[in-house]
Design a protein around this ligand. Structure first.
Ligand code: ADP
Ligand code: MG
Length: 166
């Protein structure tokens, strides 16, 4: 990711198992890309960014955490609206990234949650998207269901499209 290189972002990915999502690969990539784009854009240079994938019941939860200022509670609904940008946001942008994330999450029956990475000092944005999942018990893809790919492999092998974010 050129933006990641420019910011010398330290991006880590945590996933404890393969999960399969019956979702369009480009939509999933666009969702993740917009979260990571924000994490890079609004974090200090060299700040740690974590992308975590975990399971909560029958849902997979994708969480992007960063070392930036975070998103204050009273902004968390507003930032999902198209073209909205928190007043004072320095970096340039269209205000569309999170509205795209919301549109895709809605289409996939997903929920978006936001919080601070550090609740006490109220810093670091944590944005989670939970999606319905079909777990692969043996860690392999189920070829009887075309279009379903293991989540973390889908993200790694995402289509080469530099312009899908926003
Ligand atoms: N990781 C983040 N840390 C801090 N603020 C964020 C983060 N992600 C989004 N925001 C805030 O939400 C606003 C809307 O984000 P987004 O819809 O992606 O549009 P854009 O990034 O183009 O401004 C941003 O302008 C910023 O104020
Ligand atoms: Mg953005």
């Amino acid at each position: 990711m050129p933006l990641a290189d420019a910011h010398q972002a330290d991006i880590g990915v945590l996933a404890d198992r393969d999960v399969r999502l019956a979702v369009d690969e480009v939509e999933l990539f666009t969702l993740v890309r917009n979260l990571v784009d924000n994490a890079i854009r609004y974090s200090p240079e060299g700040g740690a960014i974590d992308l975590a994938i975990g399971l909560e019941g029958d849902r997979v939860v994708l969480t992007c955490s960063d070392a930036g200022p975070g998103i204050p509670p009273d902004e968390r609904i507003k930032v999902l609206e198209p073209f909205y940008r928190t007043p004072g946001t320095a970096s340039r942008g269209s205000g569309l990234g999170l509205s795209i994330v919301k549109t895709i999450a809605d289409r996939l029956a997903g929920d978006i949650r936001m919080g601070y990475v550090d609740q006490i000092n109220k810093v670091g944005a944590r944005v989670s998207v939970s999606l319905p999942v079909q777990l692969i018990s043996n860690g392999t893809a189920d070829s009887s269901r075309p279009g379903c790919r293991p989540f973390n492999r889908a993200a790694e092998g995402a289509p080469e499209s530099p312009d899908v974010a926003e």
